[in-house]
Design a binder for this molecule. Structure first.
Ligand SMILES: NC(=O)c1ccc[n+]([C@@H]2O[C@H](COP(=O)([O-])OP(=O)(O)OC[C@H]3O[C@@H](n4cnc5c(N)ncnc54)[C@H](OP(=O)(O)O)[C@@H]3O)[C@@H](O)[C@H]2O)c1
Length: 248
């Protein structure tokens, strides 16, 4: 029995991805820190969609926990690993709390990398997918979010490079990047309490988490590498790699 593994599944985009993939018949493994919330989601999804849902709690801002989580997944056959857990911060760099930024780097970069590397070692000869959640901020700079967009540049560059490595050796495994624009989730409140008011007054259009989950499924079904929101019209498009490649 195969499963789709989703990190950050207790709220926002990850929670909606869980419901969308369950509706398509996928069994799930959900992970986040709020295990009680995940248990409620599990019960609701199992009752609604008749798929099997397992819950694994992990704080992925502690990098060692990513390795432990992957060990806990050793009994599963994984169809897709969706590295979605992450948080942002909207402050000028001189106003940031440095320990919080280091936590962000540990979660958004180091734990995502650990899970991606372990998964790739095990699944590179399988018909499996790694979907790493970046952001449009992984393709453009953003004053007031320097550390956050830098973590997402890492995710986009790392995953695009991996996608090309897999393609070069004819691997059946696919590595993909989801790059959302603004999405109505807990993210903005987590990023900075005042950022929501600023963004609400900024004229930004937000997607819903359910819309982003539908886009994620579109990317999952696509042969393309990147699924990205075009900020000029908020359309979602799948594309081949975007960063210029330097091939050795
Ligand atoms: N919302 C946006 O505008 C937007 C735009 C572009 C990209 N993104 C990206 O989309 C992804 C999902 O964000 P979202 O908007 O859905 O935000 P969200 O509603 O705040 O969800 C974040 C998820 O990550 C989990 N998480 C946070 N810290 C964690 C930790 N230390 N260990 C394990 N899990 C942790 C949270 O669960 P627990 O609190 O239960 O641990 C939650 O399930 C993130 O990678 C974010 O950077 C969001």
């Amino acid at each position: 029995m195969s499963h789709v593994v989703i990190t950050g599944a207790s709220s926002g985009i990850g929670k909606s991805i869980a419901y969308t993939f369950a509706a398509k018949g996928h069994n799930l493994v959900l992970t986040a820190r709020r295990v009680g919330v995940l248990e409620e989601i599990k019960q609701d999804i199992e009752a609604t969609h008749g798929v099997q849902v397992d819950v694994l709690g992990a704080d992925l801002s502690v990098v060692e926990n990513a390795g432990t989580l992957y060990e806990d997944l050793s009994g599963y056959e994984i169809t897709a690993l969706i590295n979605n857990a992450g948080f942002g911060n909207f402050n000028m760099l001189w106003d940031v709390e440095i320990p919080r930024m280091m936590n962000m780097i540990d979660l958004n970069i180091k734990s995502l990398s650990t899970l991606s590397m372990l998964f790739t070692k095990d699944y590179k000869d399988n018909d499996a997918q790694l979907i790493n959640v970046a952001s449009v901020g992984g393709y453009m700079t953003m004053p007031s979010a320097a550390t956050y967009v830098a973590t997402k540049f890492y995710v986009s560059a790392f995953t695009e490079s991996l996608a090309q490595e897999l393609k070069a050796v004819g691997s059946p495994m696919k590595a993909k990047i989801l790059a959302p624009g603004p999405v109505e989730t807990e993210f903005i409140d987590q990023a900075n309490k005042t950022a929501k008011q600023e963004m609400d007054g900024s004229g930004f259009t937000f997607h819903s988490a359910d819309q982003m989950a539908d886009f994620t499924y579109q990317l999952f079904e696509s042969d393309d590498v990147v699924g990205i929101v075009d900020m000029s019209d908020m359309s979602f498009n799948t594309r081949d790699v975007i960063h210029p490649a330097f091939v050795l």
